[in-house]
Design a protein around this ligand. Sequence first.
Ligand SMILES: Cc1cc2nc3c(=O)[nH]c(=O)nc-3n(C[C@H](O)[C@H](O)[C@H](O)COP(=O)(O)OP(=O)(O)OC[C@H]3O[C@@H](n4cnc5c(N)ncnc54)[C@H](O)[C@@H]3O)c2cc1C
Length: 435
Amino acid sequence: MLTLRFRLVLARNRTLRIASISAYHRRAENDLENEAASITIPPVNRKFDVLILGGGAAGLLCAIEAGKRGRRVAILEHADRIGKKILISGGGRCNFTNLHCQPENFLSANPHFAKSALARYTPSDFIALVEKYHISYHEKTLGQLFCDHAATEITDMLNAECEAARVQLFPKCKIREVQRSTEFVALTESGEFRAPILVVATGGLSIPKMGATAFGYDLALQFGLKIVTPRPALVPLTFRPKDRDDYCDLAGVSVQVVVSIGKESLEPHSFAEGMLITHRGLSGPAILQISSYWDGSKSIRVDLAPGCDVTAALRQGKVRNIAAMRSELQGILPKRFAVRWLDLHAPAKWTNQSLEALERQVHEWIVTPAATEGYEKAEVTAGGVDTDELSSKTMECRKVPGLFFIGEVVDVTGHLGGFNFQWAWASGAAAGRTV
Ligand SMILES: Cc1cc2nc3c(=O)[nH]c(=O)nc-3n(C[C@H](O)[C@H](O)[C@H](O)COP(=O)(O)OP(=O)(O)OC[C@H]3O[C@@H](n4cnc5c(N)ncnc54)[C@H](O)[C@@H]3O)c2cc1C
């Protein structure tokens, strides 16, 4: 091995020297590269009890739980460090859980699937871990818990827990293929890794530049599992051309709204939060939330003035004109948006009937989005490995014993507000306590 390393160093030094000389030597350089390539590096052949693919939130929690039970665990992560998404989450402060976490805060083809794991690893369990490391945190709004300082505190904590549980981390580990014979074999650019248990925690497709891949879905298909078609969720929506022309110059304006989707008679989904106009369409928490329910064609309904009777003064008073209506609406909505919205919706005549119609429109502004902003801007990926394929208690595949899927790669998607991490921790713990 020493000899091999030595030869590699020699080869690298020679390459550097040659590169600095001239094109004359290019052939020699090629020869040298061929020589280096022909050196056979003995494959790293490592055997573990559990292999976890992906060192994100779910993979780390699973590894910690399994390691604590004495399992020899390896995490194979293709990025240069673990937990990269945790670092950018919650604006760098990681909204690590939500105090009000309920199964109703999750979307899935099977709304009951997440219940078991969520009940067995609750927000209090993760909070206890955070407190054990003296990480200070606060509730921002609606039960959302954020670090006071930085998300690195969470990754440092998870790293420390991995170390204590003797979990072995393999960053920069590119997996070429997974095979299964009597055990699982991950063929990587750093050698072979073997274990009787394989946990897939490679996340969804959101933010490809952070290392997101379709690897988990491909692996599920390789083992004959069904997939619920993935789609971007918690994502800004874009306007159709007419709305873009009408509103996009107001980019930056935000409004407190209630946004809904679905027939009112059939339990619509609705969210009372902020909405932001962007250069391309709509964003802000209310829109991100509703985007997870948007099917690519439906309209969304926006109540621009929840709980307000915006036309009351005009209906009761003597002055009925656009100036009076503007002044009413400006008391409720940001001025520029109120003026623009009224320019586009004001009735020709100010009759009782038209005022009632205007009132309805304010509470039910119908927007038919053109599209979402896609995986580049989506916080999560909805859809994923079909929950019918997995045990809700352990996350193990029914058809393939020893194969587990956890976290975002599974068809369970949380609302905005710390729910996605709670699912990652809970599903990771469910598997980690079993493997
Ligand atoms: C900008 C942003 C902010 C967010 N903020 C929050 C928040 O504040 N609160 C919240 O609850 N949720 C938040 N989320 C969502 C949350 O980050 C995810 O739901 C959560 O990280 C999912 O955990 P996971 O372990 O399943 O997947 P990930 O965290 O995505 O981890 C998957 C890991 O697998 C690795 N991987 C992928 N493919 C391979 C491969 N082929 N080989 C080896 N490794 C691979 C990836 O590099 C990654 O490290 C945010 C998401 C984004 C994008």
